[in-house]
Design a protein around this ligand. Structure first.
Ligand code: ADP
Ligand code: MG
Length: 232
C-alpha cells in the first residue's frame, strides 16, 4: 500500500520562535520501495517519520495511506492504523529486559494474540533476521547489531505495510550497518513493504531505491550536492 504525503507541514513552538521542522513536504512511497530521507541532524527526519506513523499530526497538509487520509482519522482510528499497518525501528532499540522472543512478540499481544500464538508468529521473524540461536537470550546479553535485529523483528511481526526506520544504524559500526541495511532492503523488497529510512549514514545510499535529501524541514529529490558524501 502506498504512503503519500501531500504538502505536509509541522511546526514546533519554541521560546519566542517557531521551528518549521517539516515544511510543505510531498512524498510518495510505493509498496516494495525502500526510500531514504538523507539529511543532517535537526533537518526534520524524525518529525517526518512520526507524521507518517500518525504518532504526530500535521499542522497542514495530509498524510494518505492506501488512499485514505490518515491525518483526518479519529485518535482511536489512528492508533489502530499504527498498530495494524506500521512498524517502527528506532536508533536506540527500545527493548525490554525480557527474551528476544518476548520482545518480538509484544506487539502481537496488543493485537489480541495469546502468548503462545505471538511466540509462534515471532519465531520465524527472529530466524529471518538471523537470530535463530539467540531467541531465548535477553537483549542485554546481545551485541548492538543483534539488538537492532530484535527491534527489526519486533517491528515486522505484525506484517506491517509501512516500515519507518529512524537511524537504525546510528549505533552500529560500518560493517554491521551494511549488514542491517542490506537485510532491511531484502525484507522490504521480498514483502513489498513501503519503507522510509531516516539516516545520515552515507552508506545507506547504496541500499535504497530512491534518496530524498532533507534540509531545514524541506525535502528535495536526490542527494543534495552540498551534503553529497564521498562515496567509494
Ligand atoms: P532530525 O531527526 O533530522 O534530527 P527532528 O525532526 O528531530 O530532526 O527535528 C527537526 C527540528 O525540529 C529541529 O530543529 C529540532 O530542534 C526541532 N524539534 C524536534 N522536536 C521538537 C520538539 N519536541 N519541540 C521543539 N522543537 C523540536
Ligand atoms: Mg532524528
Amino acid at each position: 500500500m502506498t504512503l503519500e504525503l501531500r504538502e505536509v507541514s509541522k511546526r514546533y513552538a519554541g521560546a519566542g520562535e517557531t521551528v518549521d521542522a517539516v515544511d510543505r513536504v510531498s512524498l510518495t512511497v510505493a509498496p516494495g520501495e525502500f526510500v531514504a530521507l538523507y539529511g543532517p541532524s535537526g533537518s526534520g527526519k524524525t518529525t517526518l517519520l512520526m507524521l507518517a506513523a500518525a504518532i504526530m499530526q500535521p499542522d497542514d497538509g495530509s498524510v494518505m495511506f492506501d488512499g485514505r487520509e490518515v491525518s483526518g482519522l479519529s485518535a482511536g482510528e489512528r492508533a489502530r492504523y499504527r498498530r495494524e499497518q506500521t512498524g517502527v525501528v528506532f536508533q536506540s532499540f527500545h527493548l525490554t529486559g525480557a527474551s528476544a522472543l518476548d520482545n518480538a512478540a509484544v506487539k502481537l499481544l496488543a493485537l489480541g494474540m495469546t502468548l503462545g500464538e505471538a511466540h509462534a508468529a515471532a519465531r520465524p521473524w527472529l530466524e529471518r533476521v538471523g537470530l535463530d540461536r539467540r531467541i531465548q537470550h535477553a537483549p542485554t546479553e546481545m551485541s548492538m547489531g543483534e539488538r537492532q535485529r530484535v527491534a527489526i523483528a519486533r517491528a515486522l511481526v505484525s506484517n506491517p505495510r509501512l516500515l519507518l526506520a529512524d537511524e537504525p544504524t546510528g549505533n552500529l559500526d560500518s560493517r554491521r550497518s551494511r549488514e542491517i541495511l542490506g537485510m532491511l532492503a531484502d525484507i522490504v523488497h521480498e514483502h513489498r513493504i513501503s519503507a522510509l529510512l531516516a539516516t545520515h549514514d552515507p552508506q545507506a545510499t547504496a541500499f535504497v531505491d530512491r534518496i530524498h535529501t532533507m534540509r531545514d524541514g524541506q525535502l528535495s529529490e536526490g542527494l543534495d550536492f552540498e551534503l553529497r558524501p564521498v562515496l567509494p
